[in-house]
Ligand binder design. Structure first.
Ligand code: NAD
Length: 411
């Protein structure tokens, strides 16, 4: 299943409604630049292992490229292209003056020591250095990368260019110019969007149940925020297993258990179920927060949730979208639901450039109106054109990107 083809299908579905010219469509179906690197690393045993790395700079129409860096054994160019395209759409949905990009290394980070991971990150920073910078392309964390990795990356870049340029990456540790609120920003943005949706649907969060797939930065934080908002979180999962209790899980206890034992297996007072089964539970809100292609034509007909809040990128295929829409299931698309992360990344860049830092309260006070206004704009467009929220979000974004392309002139 090509994830990039899914992305292009989403583009085509909205392109006509956004009244894009043929030239703009053509431009948006190809990344501006795809970079592929070989990354030799001297491993702890002295052997040299060569990894493969990618950076796809998809669109710079609205500003410097912006997007995360993923470490995963299945990462490939097709996936990184799709993720870069979605970043361009996402930044435009929430009105950031940024383009879209994504990077990745095909690696299972669980099989590397910390020192090997640091070396790999530094080798990648050296290869990427000529192509990045706060006014060119800015990186950030994604699957299996975190503030520590961003810190190594920033440090290597500073050594190469001979000066401190913290704005080359966001999601850094606080002591290196990171922003307050960045770690929880993606989930917090998702909660702001969900709260707006629930108010439109006249639903009380305290009467709802949820299942969350993925327990990383996004899924783990989202589960906590939902739980704190009074939603009964009945299921959670990581890459190996899922735990379920129809009466509700104590999210903090599940997270503490996972941290201590390294896995969810054997969590007391819960039933172990498969990740596939988690997606089909009878809950109000399903939150995919792991990887792409989780909700497909094969399981979309069996999903029982009323709302799907896409915190992962690309969890639903276009064929599944059609089935879900027919069944009246509301899908809050990734490019809106998880845009809180890149929004606070943008705030981090702004703080780095002005060398003046905001409190967490200031960050959240700026994030909330962006997320709620973006939701309202997308909702309104969906009602006006009688389309689903994903297509509406694409229409909103594509109009902005198209205006930027046109405004740059023809020659
Ligand atoms: P992470 O590495 O912190 O966590 C990923 C989680 O997914 C882990 O708990 C892992 O065990 C779990 N997982 C992996 N494969 C799984 C599977 N097959 N089934 C169930 N769980 C599985 O990554 P993250 O930063 O939380 O990213 C998760 C998703 O959110 C990705 O799609 C990412 O692109 C997207 N996203 C992340 C950010 C961000 O700020 N980190 C922002 C926007 C979108």
């Amino acid at each position: 299943m090509s994830v990039f083809n899914n992305a292009l299908e989403q583009l085509r579905k909205a392109a006509g409604l956004a009244k894009l010219s043929a030239a703009v469509i053509e431009q948006l179906t190809k990344p501006e630049r795809s970079l592929q690197f070989s990354l030799p690393v001297v491993m702890d045993n002295g052997e040299v292992k060569v990894f493969e790395g990618y950076r796809v700079q998809y669109s710079s129409a609205r500003g410097p490229y912006k997007g995360g860096l993923r470490y995963h054994p299945k990462t490939n160019l097709d996936e990184v292209k799709a993720l870069g395209f979605w970043m361009a759409i996402k930044c435009a949905v929430v009105g950031l003056p940024l383009g879209g990009a994504k990077g990745g290394i095909t690696v299972d980070p669980k099989k590397l020591s910390k020192s090997e991971l640091e070396k790999l990150t530094r080798v990648f920073a050296r290869q990427l250095a000529p192509f990045i910078g706060p006014d060119k392309d800015i990186l950030a964390p994604d699957v299996n990368t975190n503030p520590e990795v961003m810190g190594w990356f920033m440090d290597e870049y500073a050594r190469i260019v001979g000066r401190q340029i913290p704005g080359v990456v966001t999601g850094k540790p606080l002591g290196l110019g990171g922003s307050q609120g960045r770690v929880s920003a993606t989930a917090r943005g998702g909660l702001y969007v969900l709260t707006e949706l629930l108010s439109k649907l006249k639903l009380n969060p305290r009467k709802l149940t949820a299942a969350v797939q993925g327990m990383g930065n996004v899924g783990g934080t989202m589960a906590i925020l939902l739980w704190q908002a009074g939603v009964r979180v009945v299921a959670m999962s990581d890459s190996s297993t899922a735990v379920y209790n129809s009466k509700g899980l104590s999210v903090a206890a599940v997270e503490a258990y996972k941290k201590e034992s390294g896995s969810l297996q054997g969590y007391p007072g819960s039933q172990a179920i498969s990740n596939d089964k988690l997606l089909l539970l009878p809950v109000d809100v399903l939150v995919p927060a792991a990887l792409e292609n989780q909700i497909t034509k094969d399981n979309a007909g069996k999903i029982k949730a009323r709302i799907i809040l896409e915190m992962a990128n690309g969890p639903t295929t276009p064929e599944a979208d059609v089935k879900l829409a027919k069944r009246g299931i509301v899908v809050v698309p990734d490019v809106l639901a998880n845009a809180g992360g890149v929004t606070v990344s943008y705030f981090e860049l702004v703080q780095n450039l002005q060398q003046y830092y905001w409190t967490e309260g200031e960050v959240l006070a700026k994030l909330k109106p962006i997320m709620t206004q973006s939701f309202k704009q997308v909702w309104q467009r969906a009602e006006q054109l009688k389309i689903d929220l994903r297509t509406a979000a694409y229409v909103v974004a594509l109009e902005k990107i198209s205006q930027a392309i046109e405004a740059r002139g023809k020659h």
